[in-house]
Design a protein around this ligand. Structure first.
Ligand code: ZN
Length: 308
């Protein structure tokens, strides 16, 4: 097996938000399309179909009544959780697959079968709250994975880093009570969802990095890496989880950051190098936003090349 796994699940495509919704299935299709254009990368990755998370696993971070309600809404034909957040008939299968792929990646990282993984999943997760979907997200894929790594694999410390252009308010809500998880979120400010002030520190285990839009890209990279180092100063993680939102790229329709492909590569390399020092390289990256599909596909390829 290659050291780096590319994990997805065909059910992630059956979450049907409609083509007029920014978070449509074309985003996910752009990733294998871009990957096939880089044959060497394609061959060097271990390709895996992930699994579905169980309701018990989702309940590591979510209210069981909310989990059951998402399943019931999907099975009864679908509905809206808020103005942006759709549940379609396929969404239960998609959302449990999305989280399940990240749990699969954690299993591989802990067993050593694949030290690093990229999970190409949807719906995204970092806005989902304990008892509510929000901002295109149904379940907190990465937050559930952090609790799973602690509860099921006995890891002592998990670091979550989030470079999506939006604040990972859901991730923060699902982890901030737990000092064994540290969280870094860099995000545009002021911007959706309006949370994530620098003074919002959780239990001193949250590093929010609000940034204006339109700055030179190195300002974002430097601020993010600085916060990662602050979050790991007295806390050597046993696992690093990345909420990889590529709506922080220049030109994204839902963000005003200016990152280019070289910046994606640098961010990834900086985190791979730190994970190598901290935790034998264990690093799991999961897709969050990114709403210009061609750019998203290209960024995922650069990200995976840097993971290798
Ligand atoms: Zn986003």
């Amino acid at each position: 097996m290659s050291e780096v796994a590319y994990i997805s699940h065909s059910d992630c495509g059956v979450h049907d938000t409609g083509w007029s919704h920014p978070e449509h299935v074309g985003r996910l299709r752009a990733i294998p399309r871009a990957l096939r254009d880089d044959f060497e990368l394609f061959q060097r990755l271990t390709h895996r179909e992930g699994r579905h998370a169980t309701a018990d696993e989702l309940a590591l971070a979510h209210d069981p009544a909310y989990i059951a309600s998402v399943q019931a809404i999907a099975e009864s034909g679908g509905g809206q959780l808020d103005g942006d957040t759709v549940v379609s008939p396929g969404s239960w299968a998609a959302a449990t697959a999305g989280t399940g792929c990240v749990l699969d990646a954690v299993d591989l990282a802990v067993s050593g079968d694949a030290t690093r993984s990229f999970c190409a999943v949807r719906p995204p997760g970092h806005h989902a709250l304990r008892s509510a979907g929000m901002g295109f997200c149904l379940f907190g894929n990465v937050a559930v994975a952090a609790h799973y790594a602690r509860a099921r694999h006995g890891l002592d410390r998990v670091l979550i880093v989030d470079w999506d252009v939006h604040h990972g308010n859901g991730t923060q809500a699902l982890m901030q009570h737990d000092p064994a998880i540290h969280f870094v979120s860099m995000h545009q400010w002021p911007w959706y969802p309006g949370t994530g002030a620098a003074s919002d520190r959780g239990r001193a285990n949250v590093w929010n990095v609000p940034m204006a839009g339109g700055l030179p890209p190195e300002r974002y990279v430097d601020a993010f890496i600085g916060a990662v180092d602050a979050a790991a100063a007295d806390f050597t993680p046993d696992l690093v989880l990345i909420s990889a939102g590529f709506d922080s790229l220049r030109g994204d329709p839902l963000g005003g950051f200016t990152l280019e492909m070289d910046d994606v590569e640098r961010l990834t390399r900086e985190l791979v190098s730190r994970a190598t020092q901290w935790c034998n390289g264990r690093l799991v990256s999961s897709l969050e936003g990114g709403y210009a599909p061609e750019r998203l596909g290209e960024a995922c390829v650069r990200h995976m090349n840097a993971l290798l």
